[in-house]
Every structure is written in structure tokens, then in C-alpha cells.
Design a protein around this ligand. Structure first.
Ligand code: KIV
Ligand code: ZN
Length: 518
């Protein structure tokens, strides 16, 4: 059989990526990312882990309604309930996949699963058979394959192929393998499996080798790479989609004839969207999408690039969709038409209502900020145009000069059409603001994380604040974003955003104080 050179890109930003500390996303945010991943040309979108929470289930179900070209996938442990939930969440997908897994390494089987190898095989087979009742497209993963024994891997893979698995994933779950070892393992499994199923890899980055391990796997027969935008993921993350794709494309002399379905011009916009939504910025020197990835600082380099771009650049910034100067686009005199065109050029396709809201926010911003950059606009859309009900809205904020006395804040919030003002003190100005919001809303939050950064250039750069707040001990923390040229205002907006997000996840009759703790 003629060897296929198409490599399938399986993106797990919304599942493994969401397991990055502080990266949890709400349903609306996941939908925005899923739409962008489809535009990027991802073959399979792992939209979540349906059985993990009602929120995950709902996000997968809603993603199936908006994604029609990419396959939508849900993770499921090899247990009946997980697989049924995955099948139900995916019911309306145009193309669906169930991804079921069980650990196969001696250390996991003995200490975590407390199961004998034959029981593990039995569970894997049952899981695949049940998954097949929901879809033909079933992926099976041998968790911790990187530390599993080869004879056992072959045995379990034979069994799940027989049960109907069509993709076999070989995760290096703890990022332990070196590239040659990963390549050798994939080669042996590929030769064993032959054309019976597709071999996939899922490499973690604990030793900084996830991308190298994925590339060596492709060289040795893997046809699917599991990866995430900006390399997000559990612990040190997963292989970065942008890096594996650009490596195979830039070194097409080595990866001869190999192709992916990725439209590389969508890489940068996707990276920005994910960073804006998760609040996790790629490190400045991150390959492909870091702030400095295409910047030339030294005079010698600048001179070289001006004479001939290829002296110091192996890729063109345009190929990943990066506009060289992040050019200044619009100002306060710009009209709706110009704004709409710029949004379209940046890849946003908004409904008329969202367009109106975005234009209003843009006008407010343009009044305060002289130059508006593309990144300001991206951030505005990603963070401020949300379908989460604005149960509480910030109307006003006043803070006292804290250099001399006790830090205090007066906050006015709109709730159910009524404006409520209160004032409070705190250990610092931000603490005073948050405590006052807690008092007004009757929901008391514990701040788990607070980050602030400048979005674009200039002294009047927009401040982006990301908070992670836990409003209920029995529930996970929620993210809130706030944008303003004033950091205190951005902080108040972010905190209220987190509160609204938390409330949107409660059953509607529970958004009152007496239901706290549910
Ligand atoms: O790292 C891992 O092993 C996983 C599996 C669930 C595929 O994420
Ligand atoms: Zn993983």
C-alpha cells in the first residue's frame, strides 16, 4: 500500500491544555477557541472530558453545534459512565471521536489502578467496544506508554484493534523519553500494527523534548500528532502545535512530501486568542509565537535582515499570520465600517449584536488611548465580547490615595437594573476593591492568582488583568479578565468578570445568597 504522507493534527488545548494550572476556561471561551481551531485547519479537536463535570459536558455539546469540518472528540476513561457521557455529549457532532484510555505502565497499573495487566486489557477492550456503539471513530491511548513494556503494549494494542479502535495513541505521559528512544518505540509499534490502525503520539514536555519526540515519531511512522496551542498542558505542557507544524514545513527537505491541513497564517491569531483567554502568555523567546521570535535586536542581525531576510530568518513572519509591526489601525475618528473591516482582516466573524457591542467598547477605548493596535483589538474581542450574562456590571470606581492612610475603595455596581454603591478598606487598594465587590454582591471570593500585563506598546498601553477566584470551596476557581488603561479599573472588571462567570455556571434559581455553597 502506498504510504500516506498526510499527518493529522489533533489539538488538545481544550482538554490537556486546560489542565495547565490557571488555564480553566468557561464554555463561551472554549467555543471561541474551537471555532478558531477549525479555521486553523486542525483535524481533530479534543473539546474536553465529558464526564469530568457538567461544564465540560456542556462545552463539548455546544462545540458540536458550531464545528462542522473538524472532528470533535471527548476524552473518556475506560469506564462505562465516562464513555456513555462522551457519546451523549458528542451526539450532534458532524464528525465525532471518542478517545478512551487506560494506563499500561507497571508503575501505574500497580500503584494507581491496582489492576493486573490482564484486567487492564479486559477493561480496554470493553471500553473500545462500548465506544464503538456511539461512533466508528474510536481512539485508544495507553497512558504512560513511554514507561510501558513493549510486549504488553503490543498485546493490548492487538486486543483493542480487534475490538474496533481506529487510532492508537502512544503517550509519553511524563515526558520521559529521549527522541531516539521515542522514535524507536514508535517504529516497532508501527511495524507491528501495520495498516490496521493509525499510530498517534502525545508527548509531554517535562524534559523540554515534546516537540522533538513528536517529530521523531513522525519520522518513524506516526500519522497523528497530539499537541496544543502555545504548548499548554499538564505540568510542563504538551508539544506545541505551532512548533511541530512549522518544523515539518520549514524542514520539508527532511519531512519530504509530508503535509498537514494547517493554514499556517492562522497560527499567530490562534496563539493570541488562546493567550488572551487563558491569561497565559507564551514566554517572550518561545519559538514561533513568542514576542521576540521574529525580532532582531543586534545591529549586525538587523543589517543582515535588511540586506537579505534569509540571513537570520528561516521562516517568514507573514507565514504564521504575524503582521510585522502589529500596525496601528484605528483611532477615535474611525467609523463602524473601518472597524468592521479591520475585525474581518483579523479573522473575527461577529454577529451583528456582538459587532455593536465591540464597536461601543472600541469607541470607549479610543477615547482614552491614542493608538489602537491589532493586539488591543484582539484582546478586546477575546476578553470583553462574551455571552456570559453580565449579572453584575461595574459602573464606577474611586480609590483613595493610599500613600498616607488606609487603602480604601468606593465601588458602584449595577445589578438587576439597580445601582449599588459601597466602600471598604483592605490590605492594599486591590484588596479593598475586591472586598467591596464581595460585600455588594454577597459572594465572597478567595483570590488564587492575580496577573497584570501590558497588551501593546506605548505609555498608554492597555493593562490586562487576569484573576483566578474561588467563590465556592466545593467548586474550582474561575477566571476573570479585565481590560483598561487603568490597572485598578482593569482589576475591578476582572474580579466582576470572574463573579459573573461563576454565577453563569450555577442553576438559574441558585443565583442568590442562600444558594451559596451548592
Ligand atoms: O498524557 C496523557 O497520557 C494523556 C492521555 C489521557 C492521552 O493526556
Ligand atoms: Zn497528556
Amino acid at each position: 500500500m502506498k504510504e500516506s504522507k498526510r499527518i493529522y493534527i489533533f489539538d488538545t488545548t481544550l482538554r490537556d491544555g486546560e489542565q495547565s494550572p490557571g488555564a480553566s476556561m468557561n464554555t463561551e471561551e472554549k467555543i471561541k477557541i474551537a471555532i478558531q481551531l477549525q479555521k486553523l485547519g486542525v483535524d481533530i479537536i479534543e473539546a474536553g472530558f465529558a464526564a469530568a463535570s457538567p461544564g465540560d459536558f456542556d462545552a463539548i455539546r455546544r462545540i458540536c453545534e458550531v464545528v462542522d469540518k473538524s472532528t470533535v472528540c471527548s476524552l473518556a476513561r475506560a469506564v462505562e459512565r465516562d464513555i456513555v457521557q462522551a457519546g451523549e455529549a458528542l451526539a450532534h457532532a458532524n464528525h465525532k471521536r471518542i478517545h478512551t484510555f487506560i494506563a499500561t505502565s507497571p508503575i501505574h497499573m500497580e500503584h494507581k489502578l491496582k489492576m493486573r495487566p490482564d484486567e487492564v486489557i479486559r477493561r480496554a477492550v470493553e471500553a473500545v467496544k462500548l465506544a464503538k456503539t456511539f461512533t466508528d471513530d474510536v481512539e485508544f491511548s495507553c497512558e504512560d506508554a513511554g514507561r510501558s513494556e513493549m510486549p504488553f503494549l503490543k498485546e493490548i494494542l492487538d486486543a483493542v484493534i480487534e475490538a474496533g479502535a481506529t487510532t492508537l495513541n502512544i503517550p509519553d505521559t511524563v515526558g520521559y523519553r529521549l527522541p531516539q528512544e521515542m522514535g524507536a518505540m514508535v517504529k516497532e509499534l508501527y511495524e507491528h500494527v501495520g495498516e490496521r490502525a493509525i499510530i498517534s503520539v502525545h508527548c509531554h514536555n517535562d524534559l523540554g523534548l515534546a516537540v522533538a519526540n513528536s517529530l521523531f515519531s513522525v519520522m518513524n511512522g506516526a500519522k497523528q500528532i497530539e499537541c496544543t496551542i502555545n504548548g499548554l498542558g499538564e505540568r510542563a505542557g504538551n508539544a506545541a502545535l505551532e512548533e511541530v507544524v512549522m518544523a515539518m514545513r520549514t524542514r520539508s527537505d527532511i519531512f519530504e512530501g509530508i503535509e498537514t491541513g494547517i493554514n499556517t497564517k492562522e497560527i499567530y491569531p490562534t496563539s493570541r486568542l488562546v493567550a488572551a483567554i487563558t491569561g497565559i502568555e507564551p514566554q517572550p523567546n518561545k519559538a514561533i509565537v513568542g514576542k521576540n521570535a521574529f525580532a532582531h535586536e543586534s545591529g549586525i542581525h538587523q543589517d543582515g535582515v535588511l540586506k537579505c531576510q534569509e540571513t537570520y530568518e528561516i521562516m517568514r513572519a507573514e507565514d504564521i499570520g504575524l503582521e510585522k509591526n502589529n500596525r496601528i489601525v484605528l483611532g477615535k475618528h474611525s467609523g463602524r465600517h473601518a472597524f468592521k473591516e479591520r475585525l474581518e482582516a483579523l479573522g473575527f466573524d461577529l454577529s451583528p449584536e456582538d459587532m455593536n457591542r465591540a464597536f461601543e467598547r472600541f469607541k470607549v477605548l479610543a477615547d482614552k488611548k491614542k493608538e489602537i493596535f491589532d493586539d488591543d483589538i484582539r484582546m478586546l474581542i477575546a476578553n470583553e465580547i462574551t455571552n456570559i450574562p453580565q449579572t453584575y456590571e461595574l459602573v464606577g470606581l474611586q480609590i483613595a490615595d493610599c500613600s498616607s492612610g488606609v487603602p480604601s475603595a468606593a465601588v458602584t455596581i449595577r445589578h438587576n437594573g439597580e445601582e449599588i454603591t459601597d466602600a471598604g478598606i483592605g490590605d492594599g487598594t486591590i484588596d479593598a476593591i475586591f472586598k467591596t465587590i464581595d460585600r455588594i454582591s454577597g459572594h465572597s471570593g478567595i483570590l488564587k492568582d492575580y496577573r497584570v500585563e501590558a497588551v501593546s506598546q506605548g505609555k498608554d498601553a492597555l493593562a490586562k488583568v487576569v484573576v483566578n477566584v474561588q467563590f465556592d470551596e466545593s467548586k474550582s476557581a474561575v477566571i476573570g479578565h479585565g481590560l483598561s488603561i487603568d490597572t485598578m479599573l482593569a482589576s475591578a472588571k476582572a474580579y466582576i468578570g470572574a463573579l459573573n462567570s461563576y454565577l453563569s455556571m450555577l442553576p438559574s434559581d441558585c443565583q442568590i445568597e442562600s444558594c451559596e455553597g451548592i
